[in-house]
Ligand binder design. Sequence first.
Ligand code: SF4
Length: 412
Amino acid sequence: MAVALDIARQNPNAPVLAAVAAVPADDPRPSLIGLTREEMAEALIGAGIAPAQARMRVSQLWHWLYHRGVTDFAEMTNVAKDLRARLAGIFTLARPEIVAEQISTDGTRKWLMRFPARGAGRPVEVETVYIPEEGRGTLCVSSQVGCTLTCTFCHTGTQTLVRNLTAEEIVAQILVARDRLGDHPGGTAPTDGAMPSEGRAVTNIVMMGMGEPLYNFDHVKAALVIASDGEGIALSRRRITLSTSGVVPMIHRAGDEIGVMLAISLHAVRDDLRDVLVPLNRKYPIAELLEACRNYPGLSNARRITFEYVMLKGVNDSPADARALVRLLNGIPAKINLIPFNPWPGSPYECSDWETIETFADIVNKAGYASPIRTPRGRDILAACGQLKSETQRMRARERLALGAMVAGTAD
Ligand code: SF4
């Protein structure tokens, strides 16, 4: 389920920071960010490093790139000076441009990042959201610009797919967040918003930003393998969650090859309703989806699947729906996340009343499912679940609305 950014337009008082450490759009050098260890070794050998040394050099660079978070070869003090200079002539480590950073009144942060084309089609902008809480900080990362699926409660679903993000662009979202949050060794935590009281700033990653991650499997896999590598960003796979709308044929591969936690964007207990809310259901109906969940590698009470359920007034929020949900998930080690619907301009749904949500939660809680009601975060900056959309697309939508108003005015 997408969480998007709408920089400074929803809350004009939210601070917007200037761009930092941008990649020049015409920089022809490839980046080392986002390469697997094997790919990086090949790239280094291609740059003239002796094959016998490649593995050792990869280890050195990996530490600097992902543990220390450096963006300049000159800082890699255990690499010979002439080699640093040679690498800097061939590769870049620059970050994407941060077009804007916005901070919600509840401490949620949203960044709009711009990536140059660099062989991946056209330049694109994506939004990444950071949600600080007591004792943890969750980074919500995007996998595509736009989405081919058209979940009717989701703002991103109204935006056509521009392209898949590369592994570099997915990992870069994590690195930029860690830069901004002072999460690399020696970094300074910001003081202009809430942060976890101790420990790392980014403790968890959720692939719940823009796009369907299982439709960009190879790049998402490469990025999450990098994020969980113990010598770099070093986030446990148990602290990384991949959320899918239900791409059944890829679910087993996600568990087998990436090994992260799984979340399912469920939202309905009947096929006729889920066909509308999550149209992918017409291809992979609920029974097939749940069968894939039962067979998810590593599934156990310690590694439960999270089922996301957005609360839509009068649509899917009755006590009968809650009881049907309990029956449906019987036998699957599961958690249920109840998400109060986050409206967006033109959305066809309303959020369920609080009392209705609590009644629903009581039923699933009594059935033994931990089902926290996910308090909406970052609503004032359109950073909450289902609200993400790239700024370019928002501008186009505003232009279409303005044009429509003009045409309507002429017709009058
Ligand atoms: S909720 Fe549906 S439409 Fe929205 S980003 Fe996820 S898969 Fe795409």
